[in-house]
Design a protein around this ligand. Structure first.
Ligand code: CTP
Ligand code: ZN
Length: 154
């Protein structure tokens, strides 16, 4: 218990966004999706942290930044189980689950090597298709289904 309290003291933020419960193996995909390597706000990243419910989890804290729902919904591709916590004056003022967007533009790579998006400077565009636990991406251009999310590099 005391260990957890110490951890929170060290890493609590005053205002901003905390993305919690990110599967450890997907953390850097979320960093890419939000383009955090180009973010000048203070960003704290924790990976392989212990979680009671998840085994190992990742967490991202972005100070003084509040994302649009549209930006947050992109995270659903990599970490649909992540929680978004809005922090104001050290308090968690809102906690939301991430909602899957109907359409995904310019974030994921099409798995078809022949697709125009892999051969010309055309941004990718997909419709999301939910099948049980899985999210598949139907390409607007080649109409092939991408089963595994692979982020495009910025
Ligand atoms: N947090 C933070 N800075 C604050 C307040 C909270 O960085 N000033 C972080 C906590 O470390 C935690 C997340 O925001 O990772 C959510 O906080 P809280 O709801 O208090 O934690 P839990 O109850 O553990 O959340 P959950 O029920 O979603 O697991
Ligand atoms: Zn395609």
């Amino acid at each position: 218990m005391s260990e957890r309290n110490t951890q929170l003291k060290v890493s609590a933020i005053k205002d901003g966004t905390v993305l919690d419960h990110i599967p450890a193996g997907r953390l850097f995909q979320v960093v890419d999706i939000l383009d955090l390597s180009h973010c000048s706000n203070p960003v704290t990243i924790g990976v392989n942290l212990e979680s009671k419910s998840q085994g190992r989890k990742g967490i991202i804290k972005i100070a003084d930044r509040f994302f649009e729902d549209e930006e947050l919904s992109r995270i659903a591709l990599a970490a649909p189980e992540a929680t978004v916590n809005i922090i104001k004056d050290y308090q968690v003022v809102s906690k939301k689950k991430i909602e899957l967007p109907a359409e995904v533009v310019g974030i994921a790579k099409c798995s078809n090597p022949m697709c125009v998006t892999n051969n010309q400077d055309v941004p990718t565009r997909f419709t999301t298709v939910v099948e049980g636990e899985k999210v598949k991406l139907l390409c607007h251009y080649c109409e092939k289904t991408t089963e595994e999310f692979v982020p495009l590099r910025h």
